[in-house]
Design a protein around this ligand. Sequence first.
Ligand code: SAM
Length: 238
Amino acid sequence: MSDEGKDSWPSFIQDAVNDKNHFSLIVESERKLCDLCDYLYFRDNVLYFHSNELGEMSFNFEEILRYHQRQNYALSKEPLAKALAIKGETKRIIWDATCGTGKDSLLIHHFGATLTSFERSPAVFLLLKDALRRFPVNFNLVYGDARLIGDSSSRPEVIYYDPMYPTKKKSALARKEMRIFKEMVGSDPDSLEFLEWAMTKATERVVVKRPLEADPIKANPTVSYTGKSTRYDMYKIF
Ligand SMILES: C[S@@+](CC[C@H](N)C(=O)[O-])C[C@H]1O[C@@H](n2cnc3c(N)ncnc32)[C@H](O)[C@@H]1O
């Protein structure tokens, strides 16, 4: 591991450390950026999250977008595009309330939408900012709880919501990447409350991503769109 110091940090990390951001990181050494954990550091121009048990993680938007570009998606067949009602003519105004690794945001962006994505975990937000710095993509990334920020913003047509799902049993352990992510974020215990708020904020629909076997967060979605391992529960706003 090379030993890069403060001089090489991009300005958004300097700002987070100097409290010019929405939160402040306490730096224990020039390489280690976070006090709660052992885990944020900057190396070879990339910001990483490091889990002692599981290893490191960074986000690479270029790889993901190139993958989507090769897929030739038919919007009329893609469960996520159908759930969000993206049809390719006019660009829908969509909020991704739970940006996470940015994968779903990148897919929604690729399908075509005017997208704003929210992330409330400081560590995840910084990884996302770093991914956007290395590979700029045209969506608006906002730090903070979508509900708190959204309260004072104009209304989107669609809110997309993908909260953390409780850990699976040991026999069905998730992929290493997902386990590292879970270590970084924890859980989202406020999902029903959030969904009820989202249904008062979106003008047209709210879409919730769930594992196939999981119950809906709120009973009786208007329609559910099912993919290979995922279900999108859509709640239409009347
Ligand atoms: C399951 S992950 C989302 C995964 C994401 N769809 C992806 O493609 O990687 C949930 C993420 O949303 C964030 N989150 C949960 N509730 C939120 C809220 N109300 N506002 C902003 N971020 C939220 C969590 O911190 C976590 O990073």
